[in-house]
Write a protein that binds this ligand. Sequence first.
Ligand SMILES: O=C(O)CCC(=O)C(=O)O
Ligand SMILES: [Fe+2]
Length: 203
Amino acid sequence: MSHPDRWQCVAASPPLMLLPDFIAAAEASAIQRRLERDIAWSSPTLSLYGKRHVIPRSQCWMGDDGASYRYSGRDLQPWPWHPLVEDLRNRVIHALEVADLPCQDFNSVLLNRYENGDQRMGWHSDDEPELGADPIVASVSLGSERPLRFREKRADARRAFNVWLPHGSLLLMGPGAQSRWQHALAPRAIDGARINLTFRRIR
Ligand SMILES: O=C(O)CCC(=O)C(=O)O
Ligand SMILES: [Fe+2]
């Protein structure tokens, strides 16, 4: 199904576009339950400023064979596509194409799982070198609705804003978004688990 008119423009340039009802609630819940069960979730320990920390969420890296990436000084090989995640990837690409929005042939995805409102992700941009210049990142959210917070990278213009990501929504971070903004999932007094999938293209 194609409903290009349901897209909301959060920012025009660089583009941030939200499709709140990308997946209908019942199906989104079914997908969430399957992923809870099937995915090899793990919470690795990372070194930050010489200290070891268990990441405050769990995650899984998945994608085409060979779409490896460097993370915290290590080369990580992706898990093979889970059929549901591969299907989501195809639907994301289709939704972007029919709406004439920026799109890439996504060959990998980072899945993040937040057990509750205490779990989080700090400020960052998805601008790793293996994503190339001006990467496109497409983000699907399942479960508890939480805001993704954006802030300007330029320290002299630190405007910030929230983008709430409903159950079953799709957020496009288009070309230029990673060089303009950082984003974070702050802790919030919000109950319930949330899964997020960010589709990316690794070169
Ligand atoms: O959980 C989210 O919505 C954000 C995830 C994210 O920023 C990332 O995976 O790079
Ligand atoms: Fe990110």
